[in-house]
Design a protein around this ligand. Structure first.
Ligand code: GRF
Length: 187
């Protein structure tokens, strides 16, 4: 199977998935990286892994469906079966949702439905919750909504800082996402 990874930032989840593919733990290939910020870390990571990149600047387009049509062309050209969002900081529109129905997944750094949206780690830390975690879910038109596939919890203690919470969350993400992706591609 061929997957596309969509991201806007550093790409540490991309890297974790790529590494598990190289190790033979995930039976898939990353056929395309899609990025809405040409300067983002993920673009350099993808290039050094020789993975094709479609990067674009959203404000160069009239509407979301204009750039999503180009993304769709790239997905189809590379025969992508599964779309994996990993820190892609925008909502998926109807153009992609209709064609890739139930084939788009996202990872979010909280136990949804708690703390959707931006800075979920900061939101959870400020709320002083004692348990937070990571959610992988199918994507629908909402913000971090859609049926949940997997969740894993972490504890937040009085000794934790926002940095140590973020570290715990990212560690869980880098193990959980590859595991879920392997389950999805083996179906
Ligand atoms: C992750 O925390 C993910 O849960 C969130 O965005 C972050 C992306 O990090 N949606 P990275 O770019 O994979 O390092």
């Amino acid at each position: 199977k061929k997957i596309a990874v969509f991201a806007s930032g550093n790409g540490s989840n991309f890297q974790a998935i790529y590494d598990q593919i190289q190790l033979g733990v995930i039976n898939a290939e990353i056929g395309l990286v899609v990025c809405d910020k040409p300067q983002a870390g993920i673009v350099a990571r993808a290039k050094s892994a020789n993975i094709p990149v479609f990067s674009f600047i959203p404000k160069d387009y009239e509407t979301k469906s204009h750039f999503e049509r180009e993304i769709l062309d790239a997905l189809q050209m590379h025969e992508i079966d599964l779309v994996v969002l990993a820190g892609y900081m925008r909502l998926i529109g109807s153009t992609l949702l209709e064609t890739y129905a139930n084939k788009i997944v996202n990872i979010h750094p909280s136990l949804l439905p708690a703390f959707p949206g931006k800075d979920a780690i900061g939101q959870a830390f400020q709320a002083r919750v004692k348990v937070s975690g990571v959610t992988v879910h199918f994507v629908d038109s909402g913000m971090d909504t859609g049926p949940i596939i997997a969740q894993q919890a972490i504890e937040i203690t009085d000794e934790d800082t926002i940095e140590t919470v973020a570290e715990k969350i990212h560690k869980v993400e880098h193990a959980l996402y590859p595991k879920v992706i392997q389950e999805l591609v083996s179906k």
